[in-house]
Design a protein around this ligand. Structure first.
Ligand code: TRP
Ligand code: SF4
Length: 325
C-alpha cells in the first residue's frame, strides 16, 4: 500500500529553533520520501484564547515558514484546515463514536485545563477528535509528530477501529512517526523551549536579538566567577552547541569550560554566531517569500483544491456508511 503522511501545523506565529530542529526539519526530510498533506490547524487554534485579528495572518505565516524550510512541493500539499470544511464535518461523526472516558484520559487536555481553568471548553475536550478527522479524511498512514502528540495518535487509532468495526473497513490505522528525536530545552535551562514561556530563540530573531537572549540565558550555575570551572554536560548552552557547532569547536569549549580558560560570555558569543549563520539561509527564504506572497497563496490554493477533492470523496463514503445521503 502506498503510504501517505498527514501532519498539523499550529498557527502560532513565529516558529523558534526548538520547533525547527525538533519537528520542521524532519518533516521537510520526510516530505521528500512520502506524499503528504500538511494542514495549518486554525480550527484547533481557537480552542485557546486567540487574537482574532491575527489568526489569518498567523496561519498564512505558518504555511510560509514551512514552505521556506524547504518542504518538497512536488509531493506535498499545504493548506489551511478551515478551507476544507469536511474536517469539522467528519469530526462531528467521529465524536459520536468516541467514548468520553478516552478523551478524559488525554494528558494534553488535563494540562491545558489546569493551566487555563477559566476556559475549559468542549472544543478543548474534543480537540483530538478533530485531529483524528484531519488524519483520516486523507486516509493517511503515517503521522509525524512530537512525543507530546503520541497519545492523540493512539486515540486516532482507537477511533479508526471503532469506525471500521461499526460501519465496515474504511480507514487504515495511522502510524505514529515520532520526529522529535530530542527535547530542546529553552534559555531558562529548565523547560522545553516554547514561545509561551518566552525562553526561545525565534528563527526570525536578528543576530543582535539572538546574542542578547543568549547573554541572559542560564548556564552551569557553578560558574559564578570567570575562574570557577564548569561542567558542560550540566549546561544547556552546551546542549545547544550540539546542534550548531562543529565537534572540534565543541571539544575546545568543553575543555575550556572545565579548566576555566573560556568564559560563559565567549562561549555564548560563539553559539550566537553559529546560530546566526545556521539561520541565515532560512531567514533569507522567508523574507523572499514575504516579498512574494502570491507564491504562498498559489501553494495554499492548490493545497485546498487537492485536499478538498479527497476530503469530499471520503466524506461521501462516510455519509453513505452511516446512513446519511
Ligand atoms: N495537535 C497537534 C499539535 O498540537 C497539531 C495537529 C492538529 C496535528 N491536527 C493534527 C498533528 C493532525 C498531527 C496530525 O501539535
Ligand atoms: Fe556553559 Fe559554556 Fe559557560 Fe561552560 S562556558 S558553563 S558550557 S556557557
Amino acid at each position: 500500500m502506498s503510504r501517505r503522511i498527514l501532519s498539523g501545523l499550529q498557527p502560532t506565529g513565529d516558529i523558534h529553533i526548538g520547533n525547527y530542529l525538533g519537528a520542521i526539519q524532519q518533516w521537510v526530510e520526510l516530505s521528500r520520501q512520502y506524499d503528504g498533506f500538511y494542514c495549518v490547524v486554525d480550527y484547533h487554534a481557537i480552542t485557546a484564547q486567540h487574537e482574532v485579528e491575527l489568526l489569518q495572518q498567523r496561519s498564512f505565516d505558518a504555511a510560509l515558514q514551512f514552505i521556506a524550510a524547504g518542504v518538497d512541493l512536488e509531493r506535498s500539499e499545504i493548506f489551511i484546515q478551515s478551507t476544507v470544511p469536511e474536517h469539522t464535518e467528519l469530526a462531528w461523526v467521529f465524536s459520536t463514536i468516541t467514548p468520553m472516558g478516552l478523551l478524559e484520559r488525554m494528558t494534553q487536555f488535563k494540562d491545558k485545563s489546569r493551566k487555563n481553568n477559566k476556559n475549559i471548553n468542549a472544543g478543548l475536550f474534543t480537540y483530538p477528535v478533530l485531529q483524528t478527522a484531519d488524519i483520516l479524511l486523507y486516509k493517511a498512514t503515517d503521522v509525524p509528530v512530537g512525543e507530546d502528540q503520541a497519545q492523540h495518535i493512539e486515540l486516532a487509532r482507537e477511533i479508526t477501529q471503532k469506525f471500521n468495526n461499526r460501519y465496515g473497513e474504511l480507514f487504515p490505522e495511522p502510524r505514529t512517526l515520532i520526529t522529535q528525536a530530542r527535547r530542546i530545552i529553552g534559555l531558562d535551562g529548565k523547560n522545553k523551549m516554547s514561545k509561551s514561556l518566552n525562553n526561545h530563540i525565534a528563527i526570525m530573531d536578528t543576530d543582535e536579538e539572538i546574542a542578547a537572549k543568549l547573554r541572559s540565558a542560564v548556564t552551569d550555575t557553578r560558574r559564578v566567577r570567570l575562574t570557577d570551572p564548569g561542567e558542560p554536560t550540566d549546561c544547556n548552552i552546551f546542549a545547544l552547541h550540539d546542534f550548531f557547532t562543529s565537534p572540534e569547536q565543541r571539544e575546545e569549549i568543553a575543555t575550556g569550560c572545565r579548566n576555566a580558560t573560556i568564559g560563559c560570555g565567549e562561549c555564548k558569543k560563539i553559539l550566537a554566531d553559529n546560530i546566526s549563520s545556521f539561520l541565515t539561509p532560512l531567514r533569507d527564504s522567508i523574507s523572499d517569500l514575504q516579498q512574494h506572497p502570491d507564491t504562498v497563496r498559489d501553494v495554499l490554493q492548490r493545497g485546498t483544491a487537492r485536499a478538498g477533492e479527497l476530503a469530499r470523496e471520503t466524506m461521501a463514503e462516510v455519509r453513505s456508511r452511516i446512513g446519511i445521503r
